[in-house]
Design a protein around this ligand. Structure first.
Ligand code: MLT
Length: 236
């Protein structure tokens, strides 16, 4: 198995996904939110790129969720805080999600044979699922506004660590992936601190979303692996 890591959405050329399994990572917060929503019983998540697109789906019974500048979009039922996606709120619901980077990253990866969503919450489950899909793997760090985000790289390193440990075939890793594996190894005792000190973490704390960082910093608390089927994300 060969593993590549793409540092941000900006670097994500479509041809890098062909014949691969793509793993999209947006730890703070879009993919953590997807995992939490499906874990809480949401039926599916429809990732869309624009607010307008999301609004046109409201009449079809979708629950609208998402953020711009980290805040809930006016008229939407939910923002992008994983803590808001409780069973009471989302069980049995179909959700439309639009976020600044995470849902855009899912769209960029659509050329892949399979598209999974990962965060710290489901890293090991996601690595296992990727191995079962028997393709080379490309990890797409969503990043923030076309720049690399440390928390996504750390999560990529963790998934590579798990892929190496669990794969029965030999694993080759590109140079950026090797660097992210090193980042994970040097950070594994202080994951929450790394998230808090990252640019995205600081921004979320400033905006009053510090609790979300605690939730997103949990390692392997979920066996849910969101998987794209057509244009919907469902439990894989
Ligand atoms: C995004 O997709 O840009 C992020 O998840 C932003 C956020 O934390 O809400």
């Amino acid at each position: 198995m060969h593993i590549e890591v793409i540092s941000s959405v900006n670097e994500a050329r479509a041809d890098r996904f062909t014949h691969r399994t793509a793993i999209v990572i947006d730890v703070l917060r879009a993919t953590s939110t997807m995992i939490t929503a499906l874990q809480a019983g949401a039926v599916s998540i429809y990732p869309v790129e624009t607010v307008l697109e999301a609004r046109t789906l409201q009449r079809q019974g979708y629950m609208l969720a998402g953020e711009r500048f980290c805040r809930k979009i006016p008229g939407f039922e939910l923002g992008n805080s994983p803590n808001d996606f409780t069973p009471e709120v989302v069980q049995g619901r179909r959700i439309v999600l639009t976020t600044t980077n995470g849902t855009r990253a899912v769209h960029k990866a659509m050329r892949a044979d399979f598209v999974l969503s990962a965060a710290l919450l489901n890293a090991t489950a996601c690595a296992k699922a990727a191995i079962e899909l028997r393709r080379d793997v490309v990890l797409l760090c969503a990043g923030c506004h076309d720049d690399f985000a440390l928390e996504d790289g750390l999560c990529a390193g963790l998934i590579i660590d798990r892929l190496k440990a669990l794969s029965s075939s030999s694993v080759g890793i590109d140079d950026f992936g090797t660097a992210m594996l090193g980042l994970y190894h040097s950070s594994k005792e202080c994951v929450a601190e790394r998230l808090t000190a990252s640019s995205s973490g600081k921004r979320l704390i400033k905006m009053g979303f510090g609790r979300d960082i605690e939730s997103c910093a949990q390692l392997d608390t979920s066996g849910i692996v969101p998987k794209l089927q057509g244009d919907m994300i469902i439990v894989g």
